[in-house]
Design a binder for this molecule. Structure first.
Ligand SMILES: Cc1cc2nc3c(=O)[nH]c(=O)nc-3n(C[C@H](O)[C@H](O)[C@H](O)COP(=O)(O)OP(=O)(O)OC[C@H]3O[C@@H](n4cnc5c(N)ncnc54)[C@H](O)[C@@H]3O)c2cc1C
Length: 389
């Protein structure tokens, strides 16, 4: 079985969906497949940054996100029960001077709805098994079941197939970087706490940290229920490290995972391109994973609209690389990496009070640490040189 000449997107996580949406708005039809039978229901990325709100705005998705999400005004750092430092997003010179709290499952649903409105259907239960570059196209093998396969010839393919990318594996693309020695642990749990719901909280504890933030899941309509919080830490059983907060029920989601900081050596191999977790991985510290991937998708679509995909690697990898490097350092400091001087960690609150450092942190967390000014979404036929910053 073979299908016609439409670009292929593999993976319907936030990044694949975002790419399908941005490309549709560039009038580029695509086909999007995902091996999973249904979308993920996990809360995962809890915060949407101003850059993501900016790039999703023309599609109408931002308006829906703003209806359902809650504004996070800043981050507080706590040490020994006292407030040690605070970052306030109000200082941002941006039309969205806040992070928006919303569970990733809802963000994905809203992007998927916009994709559907543009007449595109995610083909679920369809798995990429092989892909390779041919002379002027990509050949991919898709499995519809154990014994039903399809061969696709497409002008290009976007691999948004996540951390364990099949495309990356089949093309043998190096994914250099490192993995932290110990896993991090997460629980989404009903919590009676006096912590402000419109802030994210980092609690510095012996041997590491706890990250705490309200989980906003609009499906929860019971206003009398104890609010759901994310508690994430670098040591086992993070809930046992809570001091002033009372766990008011069993966690609705628990997970532990290894933290890697990696970036693909090539964002493009011939006509096969990588975006999102398939291209880069880093800790959730800094709230960039989903946001950075959506930005990859947006940049990719702008380049596709200008017939300039050959520039994707050169344009995008330095940005992603810088973000991964900075978050790697930040994660090691906050988690108390024994290879780093303990003094660095003790200095964190003082550093945050230092204006230039705080401004830098603010820019990183909000995704505004680099510009995208060279892109104007409506200039479809702009010459490729206009993309050089
Ligand atoms: C606990 C946790 C907390 C996080 N917190 C944050 C946060 O606060 N902020 C933030 O920005 N990010 C956060 N992230 C990261 C964020 O969830 C990811 O960066 C994001 O999901 C990446 O999106 P993606 O579309 O690239 O990949 P994924 O979401 O992994 O989607 C990949 C898709 O590809 C499909 N697929 C895989 N292989 C194939 C194949 N061979 N054929 C067809 N389909 C395939 C999968 O089924 C999946 O649907 C967090 C992640 C976790 C786990």
């Amino acid at each position: 079985m073979s299908t016609p000449d439409v670009p292929l997107i593999v993976g319907a996580g936030p990044v694949g969906l975002g790419a399908a949406l941005f490309l549709a708005d560039q009038e580029i039809p695509t086909r999007i497949v995902d091996q999973a039978a249904a979308p993920s229901t996990h809360s995962k990325a809890l915060a949407i940054n101003p850059r993501t709100l900016e790039i999703l705005e023309p599609s109408g998705v931002t308006a829906r996100l703003l209806e359902l999400g809650r504004r996070i005004r800043g981050a507080k750092v706590w040490r020994e029960g006292a407030l040690a430092a605070e970052i306030n997003f109000a200082a941002l010179e941006h039309r969205y001077p806040f992070m928006l709290a919303l569970s990733q499952a809802t963000t994905e649903r809203l992007i998927a709805e916009a994709v559907k409105q543009r007449g595109l259907r995610v083909e679920r239960g369809v798995r990429l098994v092989e892909c390779r570059n041919a002379n002027s196209h990509v050949t991919a093998a898709l499995a519809h079941s154990e014994d039903e396969f399809e061969t696709v010839h497409c002008p290009w393919m976007l691999a948004a197939d996540g951390a364990h990318s099949t495309a990356r594996d089949r093309l043998n693309v190096p994914f250099p970087g490192s993995t932290l020695a110990d896993p991090w642990h997460l629980a989404d749990v009903p919590l009676a706490t006096s912590l402000a719901e419109d802030y994210a909280h980092i609690v510095l504890v012996d041997g590491g940290f706890l990250f705490m933030m309200r989980v906003i899941e609009p499906a929860d309509t019971d206003d009398t229920a104890v609010p759901l919080w994310r508690v994430l830490g670098n040591q086992p059983h993070p809930l046992t490290r809570l001091v002033a907060d009372r766990v008011a029920g069993p966690p609705i989601w628990e997970s532990h995972f290894r933290i890697s900081h990696r970036i693909v050596r090539a964002m493009s191999v011939g006509r096969i391109h990588f975006a999102g977790d398939a291209a880069h991985l880093h800790s959730p510290m800094g709230a960039r994973g989903m946001n950075l991937g959506l930005e990859d998708a947006w940049v990719f679509a702008q380049l596709a609209g200008r017939d300039a995909l050959e520039r994707y690697h050169a344009f995008r990898r330095p940005v992603d690389h810088r973000v991964v490097r900075r978050i790697d350092l930040l994660s090691r400091v906050v988690a108390g990496d024994p290879n780093l001087l303990g003094a660095v960690r003790r200095l964190v609150p003082a550093l945050i009070r230092h204006t230039p450092f705080r401004a830098n942190m603010l820019a990183q967390v909000t995704g505004l640490d680099h510009g995208l000014d060279s892109f104007a979404p409506t200039r479809r036929a702009a010459p490729a040189d206009a993309l050089v910053r």
